[in-house]
Design a protein around this ligand. Structure first.
Ligand code: PMP
Length: 466
């Protein structure tokens, strides 16, 4: 156990979060309903969140944090937006679910297809996992081929075909990432390297006639933010066309985030199928996949590819999504996000330069990652070289200063429209304070002194607290 583990575990013995986490671990595996929430990558006790308002969240002990997780992407307007709440309440009063079609779904389908010219028809589902899983089934059904190409480090939800990692370098045949995933299913997933078109060409040279689709995060968010090289997405488009395979853009993070029309609008590439989620649901469980009519019409009940959902197109979630899209259609929204995010990026970079800390900051629009200990990150291998121990110290240093950053190195931080210029300045200030302490090699001591100043009487534990 590192000094950081000992410190962060020991310093909050009686908070409500600690008590809740102990209770949670008795009844919920790992105490959480999604693994990253357990803070395994940074140690310590996850804060249990009681409420959120605009850019801030409040934990069970009513401690306030400036939030850059934003529920992992959906909350581009910040927390508890009054208009979304009203839309949700109005919809809920009419009934929370019918299992029958509603006018709202038609309206949402019409709106999304207007914003995404590549999407002629769309199907609503409840999670990004479902969207990607269904898009892949559809691609296999349409092409009558079985293999899928994904990229090392890209995440497309936890369906069996997608839970595949590559070894170091390029594994041509995928291995399951998790027990329970059948080897014969994983082996139909081929793994290439993001930003390396040749790695894709090699897979197609060998398996071209058997590949149904390439699925890609057009801007990677799940190995930290990594933008595509200028030609990369165009290469994927050309390779798939040449071999009669489909191109699937997983825009669960980037859809409505980097532009209203997602990464495909920015990079001007038209995929065959697109997955959407997160922002689309306005903070409620809603996702979608869609694409060319000829492909989508293969879905049941029009065609033979089966896909269904009891709560698909849920009226409360759709109402939240419609309100979200209405709010995002106001002029200047994305330039405002860009301005705030650029201010954050340049402030953080100034601190790095002044203090002399080595780190690379990658940003596209309002998604951003700081990779510690590396000069630049353009692929997953660079990302994996980053200093995760330093990231953990950074995370706790920021938390101490009231900033809630994603609790893992390979994640994107999100700026929302609710983050004020003052909030951004406060974040840069906190980063500067932490970075100066870090560069003197005394973050741990600083933590302790700060705790003592606040009257928390930090003492080293006799035996490591777990
Ligand atoms: N695709 C991408 C690109 C994602 O980032 C995620 C989740 N972060 C998913 C799919 C899965 O979405 P969900 O968690 O809603 O199942």
């Amino acid at each position: 156990m590192s000094a950081l583990d000992v410190y962060v575990n020991a310093r909050m013995p009686n908070t409500k979060s600690t008590v809740l986490f102990t209770r949670a671990k008795r009844k919920i595996p790992g105490g959480v309903n999604s693994p990253v929430r357990a803070w395994k990558a940074v140690s310590g006790t996850p804060r249990f969140i009681a409420r959120g308002k605009r850019a801030y969240i409040f934990d069970a002990d009513n401690k306030k944090y400036l939030d850059f997780v934003c529920s992992w992407g959906p909350l581009i307007l910040g927390h508890a937006n009054a208009r979304i709440i009203k839309a949700v309440a109005t919809a809920a009063q009419r009934g929370t679910t019918f299992g029958a079609p509603t006018a709202l779904e038609v309206e949402l389908a019409e709106r999304v297809t207007r914003l995404y010219p590549s999407i002629e028809k769309i199907r609503l589902v409840s999670s990004g996992t479902e969207a990607a899983m269904s898009a892949i089934r559809l691609a296999r059904g349409y092409t009558e081929r079985e293999k899928i190409v994904k990229f090392d480090g890209c995440y497309h939800g936890h369906s069996d075909s997608m839970l595949v990692k590559a070894g170091s370098g390029i594994a041509t045949l995928g291995l399951p990432d998790s027990p329970g995933v059948l080897r014969r299913v994983a082996s139909e997933t081929l793994v290439a390297r993001f930003n390396d078109s040749d790695s894709v060409r090699r897979l197609f040279a060998k398996h071209g006639s058997a590949i149904a689709a390439i699925i890609v995060e057009p801007i990677c968010g799940n190995m930290g933010v990594i933008p595509p090289d200028p030609e990369f997405l165009a290469d994927l488009r050309a390779i798939t066309r040449r071999h009669g395979a489909l191109l699937i853009f997983d825009e669960v993070i980037t859809g409505f985030r980097v532009a209203r029309g997602g990464a495909q609008e920015i990079y001007k590439i038209k995929p065959d199928l697109t997955c959407l989620g997160k922002i689309l649901g306005g903070g409620l469980p809603l996702a979608a996949f869609g694409g060319a009519r000829a492909i989508m019409d293969l879905l049941a009940p029009e065609g033979p590819v089966y896909q269904a959902g009891t709560l698909s197109g849920n009226p409360v979630a759709v109402a939240a999504g419609l309100e979200m899209l209405a709010l995002l259609s106001r002029p200047g929204v994305y330039s405002q996000l860009e301005r705030k995010s650029r201010q954050l990026e340049s402030g953080l970079n100034d601190v790095l330069t002044k203090v002399g800390l080595k780190a690379a900051i990658n940003r596209v629009g309002s998604m951003l990652t700081i990779f510690f200990g590396v000069e630049s990150v353009t692929n997953v291998n660079h990302a994996r070289l980053s200093d995760r121990a330093q990231f953990a110290r950074f995370f706790h240093g920021m938390l101490q200063r009231g900033i809630y950053w994603p609790p893992a190195q390979f994640e994107a931080a999100f700026v929302s429209l609710a983050h004020s210029d003052g909030d951004i300045r406060k974040t840069i200030q906190a980063f500067g304070d932490w970075a100066r302490a870090e560069s003197r090699g005394c973050t741990l001591r600083t933590f302790m002194l700060e705790a003592i100043e606040r009257g928390e009487h930090w003492r080293p534990p006799r035996s490591p607290a777990r």
